[in-house]
Design a protein around this ligand. Sequence first.
Ligand code: GDP
Ligand code: MG
Ligand code: ZN
Length: 281
Amino acid sequence: MTGRIIKAIAGDYWVETDEGIIVTKPRGVFRHRGASPVVGDYVDLVDKTITKIHKRKNKLVRPNIANIDCALLVFSLQDPKPDFLILDTMVANVLDQNIEPIVIFNKSDLVEDEYIEEFRDIYRMFRLEFVSTLDEASVEGLLESLEPGLYVLAGPSGAGKSSMINKLTGQQLFEVGQISQRIKRGKHTTRHHELIHLADGVYLADTPGFQTLELNSMEATELREIYPEFQDLEKCRFLDCLHDKEPGCRVKEAYEAGTINKTRYENYLLLLDELRSRKDY
Ligand SMILES: Nc1nc2c(ncn2[C@@H]2O[C@H](COP(=O)(O)OP(=O)(O)O)[C@@H](O)[C@H]2O)c(=O)[nH]1
Ligand SMILES: [Mg+2]
Ligand SMILES: [Zn+2]
């Protein structure tokens, strides 16, 4: 039988199958190989024992969850204003792990409509949502727009992640206005992970992810590939162009002509430099 792990507490795994939820233990071998199953894994079961973990599409460490489809990247429009370098870093990290980003600009109640249009333009290449956790209808609209899949929510401190999870789930799972993102579940929290069922087929990891806002290690050529707006242009003169100082670079031309967003491109160069500085030349 095959199923998906939706909850894990101290070595027990709750697996959702066609025949309902089955509480299982993994075979001892997994632990020895340091390859324990995690929430989100698709697994084979024989007599209430996990015998095989299917190949993962991706896996995060914090939270320790596999096969994530989509990341809800929460940024506030105001208080604090969004840091575009952090936003671009998170988008790059997410795409690098084969996760689709949805950029959620929160606190729309604090800004004018023109301001919203500006953001809509800068990030038009991604799925965008403008919401306020103070406006129930906007959060419901967001929820209704989510396709089936496994979601993780991430974003900088103060953006409204805890407020958002509470509104999406209709439960007071997190303290609002606290730096710590610990779920209110008592003391046995460290090895407890559970997917929250938001709607038909829509699951949310029970803790905000990507606590580190540092760029993943990746090749410069990979970074280049995850900018959708670069891919739409004509080919640069050199195939290996990193869109920096190379002659005949269409990206740089588009930046100078104003068809590629200034901040997006300048932040791309910063991220590129960051990757280069990590290499020992
Ligand atoms: N005006 C306004 N304030 C919000 C909104 N969402 C959250 N907040 C406030 O922003 C602060 C940080 O929210 P919180 O959910 O703790 O953010 P987190 O650090 O990302 O988990 C709190 O004071 C919230 O009450 C919103 O949509 N509009
Ligand atoms: Mg919080
Ligand atoms: Zn180029």
